[in-house]
Ligand binder design. Sequence first.
Ligand code: ZN
Length: 535
Amino acid sequence: MSTLSFFGAAGTVTGSCSLIEANGLNVLVDCGLFQGNKATRALNYEPFPFDAESVDLVLLTHAHTDHSGLLPKLVKAGFSGPIYCTEPTADLLEFMMRDSAKIQESEAERRSRRNQRRGQDEVEPLFTMEHAENTLKQLETVSLDSWFEPASGFHVRFQNAGHILGSASAEIHYKDASSQNTMRLLFSGDLGPDEKSFHEEPGGDAGFDYVICESTYGDRERDDYTLKQRREALKRELNAGLERGGNIVIPCFAVERTQELLHDIGVLMERGEIPGATVFLDSPLARKVTSVFVDYAHTLDDIELPENELFRNPNFRIVESVDESKAINRIEGGAIIISASGMADAGRIQHHLKNNIWKRNATVLFVGYQAPGTTGAHILSGASDVRIHGKEFKIRATIRRIGNYSAHADQSELIDWILERGPVVGGLFLNHGDNEAREELARLLSERGMDADKIWMPHFDESFDLSAGTPQSKGRAKDKPGSMRAGFDEAELTRDWYTEYASFSIDLSNALEQAESDTARQEILKRLKETLETK
Ligand SMILES: [Zn+2]
């Protein structure tokens, strides 16, 4: 009997976690953190809907937090088996996992202090540094393209997924004991685009019983950009920003995007296509991750600088101490400041935004996706002010975005990848995408000749029996008596009253500020009070 369950990233893009139960073996593919609205984040604090102690091993597709972030929680809950991943993934996790343990510990401390003031209980961190360290000890590295047998009769091979450094798809073969059928499964992990610095496009074998594929951009088709066109766009933005005279502040993801950007800026400077401005990289995690990229420079594709000069332009200042970071505050203009977090919600980027966003000659340049509800999305929405660290700042800087850096395959690239993996005899499961993205992808795949009855869009916590050769849904854990997540409504994953409230409160404060007189302000408040009373 073989069962496949989806315990995250079903109808959403975070919390990737699938469980294969086969021949008495329990294998988890990824164990990611839930990110997004409040209800989704709350899932991180729920017990796992399976017994962590009974998991025999984990296959980890890549280092991103939404795929790896709950591994320390799994270890805390009693998982003591090996976690298989590629070597670069393990090296990235060395830094990323400790960084996220630090965030969890300080978040719990902050919430405990708040609770103490209210006479409430202390908050226990989701996991601690000790759990993160133990998780790192359980990592077992394997090479791309070679089969290994982590348990008797259970064969695995990782293949390039072209998404970030170390990313892989996981191919699994085993003989189902009840049906005696050989099962061939393929988990895509996150798939990269065809045209991307550092990594070749994703590939893999063909002919599977079951393919489990991500669908993040299932409903989006990007304009095709070559690496050269992308660099041209960056050149235009940087030259225009430097001409305005102020600093250029770039919120940037620490992993992969920062290194792509540093590489592109290095190339443009080397060719004299942009002036030799000082470039600050101010993110402790991005600095460490960049050192991992240097270690793997010999494996990177499309590098246009000598390996030993990668990220080492004389104009680059890789900031280490807090004092050095603070010193950037005194720079009035002409610098390029790259800092994390990528969506401007936390980290040192917030200090740089506070220092620059209200200046007319400054530029804020976005180079990555900004999820709804984040500070980055708010700034991009054309808002007149933004709240950072509890204070409001006028947005006077020029706000720009380059949309052509992406680590994800778009719609047609996903379709091509899936069709190249065929024939898929049992079924295709679309996960890691919201419902619109999955439905659109499924529709187009059936137009291209794939049997619509074989395309499945699993629900959150849904399990499937794979033994019969076509998937048989066993329903959702939620519907079974005693389920630990019985109270969770799937619709909560996309519902987001908290974000709407945050943006409404800024609209309200603007409306009050812009009202003609105090009487007009009182009138606005009176009308709002009336709506509350009619409830
Ligand atoms: Zn990813």
